[in-house]
Design a binder for this molecule. Structure first.
Ligand SMILES: [Zn+2]
Length: 456
């Protein structure tokens, strides 16, 4: 289907909001943002632009679109299924988890039965939720690419959504540990990238297994994982890796540091179990981190370590990770739990302020993806990725400290307006970029097919 988000841009004047620029301009109460040709053309008060469509933002907080930094969007099709379902052995020879339950077992047990249309349906459902939640940049950590058709399906869903994205080309869930990931397919996609990049809105990266990542059943030989990251770097692609799980975390960062693999182009996800010495190594190398508080807590990796990472000097972004565990992609909830955990751990009311956390969900998240010159704050010349949050709900109501309201009180239902790359994706609290009922219907049908083929 044709995406409504791919329509032409209009010039927009967003008038009279409380503008939180998250940039050197600070806050501008009663401020205007003028968007021309997908770019932030001016920010200030009483701007004039007769040719622009006027959007009334009075009584609303206008801020940069929220930035997710790691999300397995395909498995949104399996939302809420991390407790697992019995999967017959014969149907899933690669489902090698003794208790056949839990997130990883379900991910492999059902993920091996995905067809390209299921990846499309799952990614599109995730994208619709992202838009509804005020997220304008996603990092799609695609770790169920079972062939080029699956990669193209995920990319099509991203392209049609209108979101800004990094698409990290990964492996197939259940991919054998002693086999290289499909590097030739990655090279093929990279060589024809202009066909996929949606005018520069989508960036290509690699989702790397590393020594075994977060999956307790994976132990990848060094000869393979070094060849894989070398291939990504030869293509000039940014890389992301999981480094977590109590059983596997010890020494992962140390291993990468010793091999000279850490650096600003290698995002590391979940550092809950890294030692202070390892975190220092990552900081020295300029390695950025992604923290997904809900899933880290729910799967038992331990408390998110946001405060420690920031104190060590790592660039930090926040992430959804997977709605199989987290349930939803509510970045407001992610900010709230990040804030609460950091202050609780530090036993200090202001270890992190709401504004600190809002930075992680906007400009700092963009920085971890290498996109901070393009998005993550409201500044003239940047691409127009912004949202407006209404204060009309009973759970908000009073215009007090805007950053604290956003981090502790706002929810996706309060997101009134979402603009990515200058195009309106949600307006008057309704997602306009996609036909949501059709997206949901397609996802339901796809899940029925996956479960049927899996024999459950
Ligand atoms: Zn993950």
């Amino acid at each position: 289907m044709t995406s409504k988000a791919s329509g032409s841009r209009v010039n927009l004047l967003i008038r009279g909001g409380y503008v939180l620029t998250m940039d050197s301009a600070g806050d501008i109460p009663g401020g205007d943002v003028l968007i021309r040709d997908g770019v932030i053309h001016a920010i200030g008060r009483n701007l004039e632009a007769p040719e622009a469509e006027l959007i009334d933002a009075r009584g609303k907080i206008v801020l940069p679109g929220l930035v997710d930094t790691h999300w397995h969007m395909w498995n949104t099709l399996l939302r809420g299924m991390s407790d697992g379902r019995p999967v017959p052995d014969e149907a899933n020879p690669q489902c090698y988890y003794p208790d056949r339950s839990g997130y990883f077992a379900t991910c492999v047990g059902l993920g091996t039965h995905f067809l390209p249309g299921d990846t499309y349906a799952g990614t599109r459902l995730a994208a619709a939720e992202a838009i509804d939640s005020g997220i304008t940049t996603v990092h799609d950590w695609a770790h169920n690419i079972r062939g080029l058709d699956w990669a193209e399906a995920g990319l099509r869903a991203l392209r049609e959504s209108g979101l800004r994205a990094r698409f990290s080309y990964g492996y197939a869930t259940g991919h054998q540990n002693d086999r290289l990931m499909a590097l030739d397919d990655l090279r093929k996609i990279a060589s024809t990238w202009p066909e996929y990049e949606a005018g520069g809105r989508i960036q290509l990266g690699m989702a790397w297994r590393g020594t075994g990542g977060s999956n307790p059943a994976m132990h990848v030989p060094p000869s393979l994982y070094t060849e894989e990251i070398a291939a990504a770097r030869a293509l000039g692609l940014p890389v992301s890796v999981h480094a977590c799980g109590p059983a596997l975390a010890a020494g992962q960062l140390q291993t990468y540091a010793a091999a000279g693999l850490l650096g600003p182009d290698l995002q590391v996800v979940h550092l809950n179990n890294a030692s202070p010495a390892e975190i220092a190594l990552a900081a020295t190398a300029g390695t950025p981190a992604s923290v997904s508080p809900w899933t880290e807590l729910q799967i038992g990796y331990g408390q998110p370590v946001t405060g420690e990472l920031l104190a060590a000097g790592l660039p930090v972004g926040l992430s959804v990770d997977t709605t199989m565990l987290s349930g939803n992609a509510d970045m407001f909830g992610i900010m709230k739990v990040t804030h609460a955990c950091a202050n609780g751990q530090a036993r200090h009311e202001f270890a992190l302020t709401p504004r600190d956390v809002l930075r992680l969900a906007t400009i700092e998240g963009a920085r971890t993806l290498g996109l901070d010159a393009i998005t993550g704050s409201l500044a003239v010349g940047k691409r127009a990725d912004l949202i407006a949050v209404s204060l009309d709900a009973p759970s908000l109501g009073v215009p007090t400290e805007p950053a604290r309201l956003l981090v502790t009180a706002a929810t996706p239902r309060d997101v009134d307006l979402v603009i990515a790359d200058g195009r309106i994706l949600k307006r008057d609290r309704v997602v306009t970029a996609l036909e949501v009922p059709e997206v949901i219907g397609t996802a339901r049908a796809a899940l029925t097919g996956v479960l049927s083929r899996a024999g459950v």
